[in-house]
Write a protein that binds this ligand. Structure first.
Ligand code: AHM
Ligand code: MG
Length: 332
């Protein structure tokens, strides 16, 4: 898959602009803004151990979780990048209770896209130098262009997404995204600050052998999930399963897409809908998964078919290689 690609993300965006069905160039500008913010956040994440940006900010976000300084920084950088360029009409972020409505100062440039974002996912890993990521999801608004955005523009089922992606700040930094025509991955060359196409047309292997779940919650899982874990652990049959759990959705998903595997965050007796947020964590990952021949479900229903009711709604999440998701569903 990896080649000596000399194609940059910028070139790729321009080349593929016309294949997008609403090709006004607006979406390309939007991906470009995300690319820029990703580089800025990457720079901060990489020097996090050197400057006083680690640790808790002392604030608690609307999910009741302690905000890390880098979470807030990443949130601010993405919001700044998207608002300064006036390319979206609304943004919703994990770090903010309400969506943000953006009014364009230029009458001619009234934008049709809304973005939902988890600016820094896996934040409990920041202080210990483990990979974190950014997740984004893009929709066309459903209310008339030119009017202020409403909640309705954000509460769309995942199948309406026009683009989605993630940035992984790992051993190397990558931006992986889809506009509904396959999934492509770009690796940042840090020396020159350019993303190159390194993983064209990414696909989940149909079957995999990695299962990723926080087994510390085992006693609280539904019986079907316990049974599936036991199935993976059974020795008597030839089942070559192994467990890998980073606790950073983007990183676990990225590894599973390359190697074949399943990521699971089920509901439990402690959390009736699991932990992950439908709109800016599960939907974008589900869209990428399906575009890469994978599958994403809440255990019973396709994630992309769920009608959201709230901005910060949570949902159980099973995502990865088709055969593994099918199998866990059969146990539910
Ligand atoms: P966050 O958005 O607060 O960082 O939470 C999401 C993260 C996922 O990246 C990760 O897979 C999961 O939470 C880990 O949760 P847990 O520590 O309960 O296993
Ligand atoms: Mg998150």
């Amino acid at each position: 898959m990896l080649g000596n690609s000399t194609k940059t993300l910028g070139e790729f965006i321009i080349e593929n602009q016309s294949s997008f069905k609403y090709s006004s160039g607006e979406l390309s500008k939007l991906i470009n803004a995300i690319r820029l913010a990703a580089k800025v956040v990457n720079h901060e994440v990489n020097k996090a151990g050197l400057v006083d940006i680690l640790g808790s900010s002392g604030d608690v976000n609307i999910q009741g979780e302690t905000q890390q300084k880098l979470d807030i920084h990443a949130h601010n950088k993405f919001i700044e990048s998207l608002t300064n360029r006036e390319i979206v009409c609304g943004i919703a972020s994990e770090e903010e209770e309400d969506f943000i409505s953006i009014n364009s100062s230029d009458e001619k440039h009234q934008n049709s896209y809304v973005v939902l974002i988890d600016p820094l996912d896996g934040s409990s890993n920041i202080d210990v130098n483990v990979s974190v990521g950014t997740i984004f999801s893009i929709y066309r608004r459903v209310t008339p262009i030119g009017s202020p955005v409403t909640l309705e523009d954000f509460l769309q089922p995942g199948k309406n997404q026009v683009a989605a992606g993630y940035v992984i700040y790992g051993t190397s930094t990558m931006l992986v995204y889809t506009t509904g025509d396959g999934v492509n991955g770009f690796t940042l060359n840090p020396a020159i600050g350019t993303f190159y196409l390194s993983h064209p047309n990414m696909k989940f292997p149909k079957a995999g052998n990695i299962y990723s779940i926080n087994e510390g919650n085992y006693n609280h899982f539904p019986q079907g999930v316990k049974d599936y874990i036991k199935y993976c652990q059974k020795e008597e049959e030839d089942r070559p399963y192994t467990s890998r759990y980073i606790g950073s959705l983007v990183s676990d998903f990225h590894r599973n897409m390359i190697k074949g595997g399943i990521y699971m965050y089920p509901k439990s007796s402690k959390a009736s809908n699991g932990k992950l947020r439908l709109l800016y964590e599960c939907n974008p990952m589900a869209f990428i998964a399906e575009q890469a021949n994978g599958k994403a479900s809440n255990g019973h229903t396709r994630i992309l078919d769920i009608d959201p009711k709230e901005l910060h709604e949570r949902v159980p999440f099973f995502c990865g290689s088709v055969e593994m998701v099918d199998k866990v569903e059969s146990f539910m």
